[in-house]
Design a protein around this ligand. Structure first.
Ligand SMILES: NC(=O)c1ccc[n+]([C@@H]2O[C@H](COP(=O)([O-])OP(=O)(O)OC[C@H]3O[C@@H](n4cnc5c(N)ncnc54)[C@H](O)[C@@H]3O)[C@@H](O)[C@H]2O)c1
Length: 261
């Protein structure tokens, strides 16, 4: 039965971006554990192939900023699984810098990966998701990785703040568009705070090693620790499963209490 432990995503056909590392990888692992079939994608082809092989799932090169890559990936998921219910727009980069320190090139790259990539994903995947869910009588979901940084600004995250805020609002527009079309497809955003993945390697603090940086970040969190990839992956399982069939346009904070302040 779909509600049994281990089968919360039974039968779901899924595409995850940025699945070679960190949160995307853990989301793919948990989704497979819950019975989904997952096409793992990343701009690092060999790395994502290695992760996918370990899970017994297919993979494909997908640079989320490239329209042609998206077209190929959507065709590939249809060829592999015969349809698509779930899209997880996870790929992202987190450059630091104040508005004055941020070059125009970095600004554009940050928005290209985090925002354009999410836009292209929704736009390219929806026709197949719509056709699949209507034909097979299934329910679909889009999950976009925003960030606590998309809601709470910091002086030294100008480009990332902007891109992730836009992802949050784009998600609501997508949710309303899909709702108007009959409600088979939902869209929600996730807002993690500091989760221990390679993206935190960007948080350099003079005089501190990586553990020192994590300890410093943990002191900003009411629960007193940085998060683990599973803290995000289990939320993703819920939001992409039919357990969340009445949840759309929502934003879920996974931030150890930061946003409660
Ligand atoms: N870890 C955190 O603290 C945290 C907090 C809030 C939000 N997030 C968001 O979660 C998502 C995943 O981050 P993570 O922590 O796993 O980082 P990560 O660096 O471990 O993984 C990011 C993945 O995205 C891939 N990627 C980068 N650019 C890409 C592109 N153009 N096309 C396709 N793939 C690309 C990378 O190759 C990598 O595999 C990101 O959107 C990030 O902004 C992370």
């Amino acid at each position: 039965m779909a509600g049994d432990r281990g089968g919360r995503l039974a039968g779901k056909r899924v595409l995850v971006t940025g699945a070679a590392s960190g949160l995307g990888r853990r989301i793919a692992e948990r989704f497979v554990g819950e019975g989904a079939r997952v096409l793992l994608t990343d701009c690092h082809e060999a790395a994502v192939a290695a992760v996918a092989d370990g899970l017994g799932q297919p993979s494909i090169l997908l640079d989320v900023t490239q329209q042609a890559d998206w077209a190929r990936a959507i065709a590939a998921v249809d060829a592999a699984f015969g349809g698509l219910e779930v899209l997880v727009n996870n790929a992202g980069i987190g450059p630091g810098g104040t508005v004055e320190e941020t070059s125009f090139e970095t600004w554009r790259r940050c928005h290209a990966v985090n925002l354009d990539g999410t836009f292209l994903g929704c736009r390219t995947a929806l026709p197949l998701m719509r056709a699949t869910t209507a034909r097979d009588g299934t329910l679909g979901a889009i999950l976009n990785l925003s960030s606590i940084a998309g809601v709470i600004a910091a002086a030294n995250m100008a480009a990332y703040n902007s891109a992730k805020a836009a992802v949050r609002h784009l998600t609501k527009s997508v949710a309303l568009h899909c709702a108007r079309e009959g409600g088979r497809i939902r869209a929600n955003s996730l807002h993690p705070a500091f989760i221990d993945t390679p993206i935190l390697d960007n948080f350099a603090v003079r005089g501190l090693d990586r553990d020192g940086v994590l300890a410093k970040l943990a002191r900003q969190i009411p629960l007193g620790a940085v998060g683990e990839p599973d803290d995000v992956a289990w939320a993703a399982v819920y939001l992409c499963s039919d357990e969340a069939k009445f949840v759309t346009g929502a934003e879920l904070f996974i931030d150890g209490g930061i946003s409660a302040r």
